[in-house]
Design a protein around this ligand. Structure first.
Ligand SMILES: *Cc1c(COP(=O)(O)O)cnc(C)c1O
Length: 396
């Protein structure tokens, strides 16, 4: 297969670029794929579902498709996370939830709703949970059966060290589940390199589809063992899987148009060179926007070692002339929707690197930011000292 660099189209009809971590800017071909109706029971649609599942499994690399299977699940990404937790955590399990941001905390909240026993390692806004901490907690509490980790914690943009978390988990004889929502498709998650039992992602992140469903990718032996675990009829991934295996159909109404769009997105993903191809475009996007913003005086929350190619958090400038709402509006009029930050200690904003954008677009983002600063009368984009003190807590 020949790998083509992605051809990035300019946004249409003045549509702004979404510099957000999903929904994100999609291609015209992906949108166009939604212009036709499909019968959910029909053979054509069943073939589409089959192709979606097998293309997703292909992203696991060597051997992945033998040991794992893919279960699409209706709803946004959080529905898929809840499906994974409810399906693979038995009623008598105890789980260690590793949190360093909003999505880790959402997993903890989901565990409360599920009524499953868990303990939380909360590292605050962004500090990564480390392998040695996992080792210690698992040694101290033999009742823990599972660990849940967030791959890219989208609230700060940190790429968590899932390899060392996996090593610590399996060295202690426990099982790992991963929320790879915002990373899968752009960052490798090969079971031959990182051991885990199940992971989740969704249609509207790095594969560049539109929102409407997520998918659980799990070891087949875990799927078989999960029968009867789930608290929820509609979110039961084992039931969805056995039904799909038997009939080729989703159990309940599938988001047909979204599936058609996603299939188009998966084909473009493969044409771009799969996970490495997609990952390198996003990495380039990140490098260009980070270098350009640093030239303007902005600082990133994270040191380089922890920056993901998915989304980057920048500190708001200390200048009294800077006002985030104004900056947001100015960026929007220039064609870019940015994203507010989620830090509790200092003000910040985020710029996503994923979606139908390339480095040329990212250069325009930097130019737009420079213009917005000058229109606001901000001469210096450097952050307050408190932000730099905060960042000093993070090891290089
Ligand atoms: C996007 C995302 C989710 C799911 O969010 P939804 O709004 O439900 O789609 C979960 N975890 C992470 C890390 C995410 O980035």
């Amino acid at each position: 297969m020949t790998v083509k660099p992605a051809e990035i189209e300019p946004p249409r009809l003045g549509e702004p670029y979404l510099l957000t971590p999903g929904p994100l800017t999609t291609s015209y071909a992906v949108k166009e794929a939604m212009l036709r109706d499909w019968g959910s029971w029909d053979a054509d649609f069943r073939a589409m579902t089959r192709e979606v599942r097998s293309r997703l499994l292909d992203m696991l690399g060597e051997g992945g498709a033998d040991d794992f299977d893919c279960v699409p699940m209706q709803g946004s990404g959080s529905f898929a996370v809840e499906s994974m937790l409810g399906t693979f955590l038995p009623a008598d399990s105890k789980t260690l939830v590793l949190a360093n941001g909003a999505y880790g905390m959402r997993t903890a909240k989901t565990m409360e709703y599920l009524g499953r026993d868990f303990i939380l390692l909360d590292k605050g806004d962004y500090l990564p949970p480390r392998g040695d901490e996992v080792t210690q907690i698992l040694a101290d509490d033999p009742a823990i059966t599972h660990v849940v980790a967030i791959h890219c914690e989208t609230s700060s943009g940190i790429l968590n060290p899932v390899e060392e978390i996996s090593r610590a988990t399996y060295a202690a004889g426990r099982k790992l589940l991963i929320d790879s929502m915002s990373a899968f498709g752009a960052v490798e998650l090969r079971p031959s390199e990182i051991r885990y039992e199940a992971m989740v992602s969704s249609a509207n992140k790095c594969v560049e589809g539109v929102p409407g469903f997520g998918f659980v990718i799990a070891r087949k032996s875990e799927l078989i063992a999960a029968k009867g675990n789930c608290h929820s009829l509609s979110l039961d991934a084992e039931a969805q899987w056995s039904h799909m295996e038997k009939t080729g159909q989703w159990r309940f109404t599938p988001p047909t148009h979204v599936v058609a769009a996603f299939l188009e997105a998966l084909r473009a993903h493969a044409d771009e060179g799969g996970v490495p191809g997609r990952g390198s475009r996003y990495t380039r996007n990140r490098d260009v926007v980070v270098a350009g913003m640093r030239d303007l005086g902005f600082e990133t929350l994270l040191k380089d070692r922890w920056l993901s190619p998915i989304i980057v958090t920048f500190f708001c400038p200390a200048s009294p002339a800077f006002e985030f709402e104004r900056f947001y509006d100015l960026m929007k009029t220039k064609g870019f929707i940015i994203y507010p930050g989620k830090l509790t200690v200092v003000d910040s904003f985020r710029i996503g690197c994923i979606g139908q954008m390339d480095e040329h677009v990212m250069r325009q983002v930097v130019t737009a930011a420079a213009q917005a600063l000058s229109e606001m009368g901000v001469n210096d984009a450097s952050p307050p000292q408190a932000a730099l003190d905060e960042r000093a807590k993070l090891a290089a």
